[in-house]
Ligand binder design. Structure first.
Ligand SMILES: [Zn+2]
Length: 249
């Protein structure tokens, strides 16, 4: 049994009996770690309420080889994102980001870029002028970091450059296809030039310096359709917090 230490974010939490919790952490050094925090729900617990969803801390756990569930030894708080948690929408979207990180599978599973992306997004949420644009940027960054970068610069079938050129979007092929190639995917969907431009811009955007612009309802809708279908292809899971967000509207 080895003692492991790493920075970690609580991305999932559910009760175990009356007093304990089963937690999923996304850790800087080891990717996803599932672990039990024994007695975490007791008032006099050694965890002092630190093992709450979305919290960023320093995790110490005992790794038992070949076991899916580890034991949390310590979790010292670094940031509990107080400001974010005072706002219902921001909390809901932060939970959505956590759920996506939990759902998306990628080779190796360890990615410090994903870890930093989650923390930076939580930090930027309270300041975001357009929360949806920030979330679309998060989704694109997550796809890029995990090796599923969609192609918006050229036709994914014939490689022709697409600069102010009408095109269709294919979630199956993972990007844009020119009109001459649209038969490659009969289920490809229409997308406006303005939305294509926005997707290219957001794909180049650093989450810590978010792109800010007036975006129409139509563009927001198109961006959402594109990103949701790409994510659905990679996760093959229902994202519960997404349904919750949709039901609020
Ligand atoms: Zn083409």
């Amino acid at each position: 049994m080895a003692v492991k230490k790493t920075e970690a974010i609580v991305i999932r939490s559910y009760p175990l009996g009356d007093s304990s919790k089963i937690l999923t952490f996304y850790t800087k050094e080891f990717g996803k770690v599932r672990a039990v925090a024994k007695g975490a729900k007791r008032t006099k617990s050694k965890f002092r309420g630190n093992v709450e969803l979305l919290n960023h801390g320093f995790l110490v756990f005992f790794e038992k080889p070949n076991r899916d569930l580890q034991n949390v030894n310590e979790f010292d708080l670094i940031n509990c994102f107080d400001q974010l948690k005072q706002d219902f929408d921001q909390t809901t979207y932060a939970c959505y980001c956590s759920e996506l990180v939990d759902a998306i599978e990628f080779e190796g599973g360890v990615n410090q870029g994903v870890f930093s992306l989650l923390i930076d997004t939580f930090k930027m949420l309270p300041a975001a002028k357009d929360i949806l644009l920030l979330i679309r940027t998060f989704e694109l960054c997550l796809l890029n970091e995990t090796g599923y970068m969609p192609i918006f610069s050229h036709c994914i079938s014939c490689s022709d450059l697409l600069i102010d050129t009408p095109a269709k979007f294919s979630d199956r092929l993972g990007g844009l296809i020119c009109l001459a190639c649209r038969r490659q995917d009969l289920h490809s969907v229409s997308i406006s030039l303005e939305s294509i431009k926005l997707l290219k811009t957001l794909q180049q955007t650093d989450i810590s310096a978010p792109y800010e612009a007036q975006v129409s309802q139509k563009n927001h809708q198109e961006l959402k359709t594109v990103l949701f279908s790409l994510i659905a292809n990679q996760t093959q899971k229902q994202i519960k917090s997404l349904q919750f967000i949709e039901n609020l509207k």
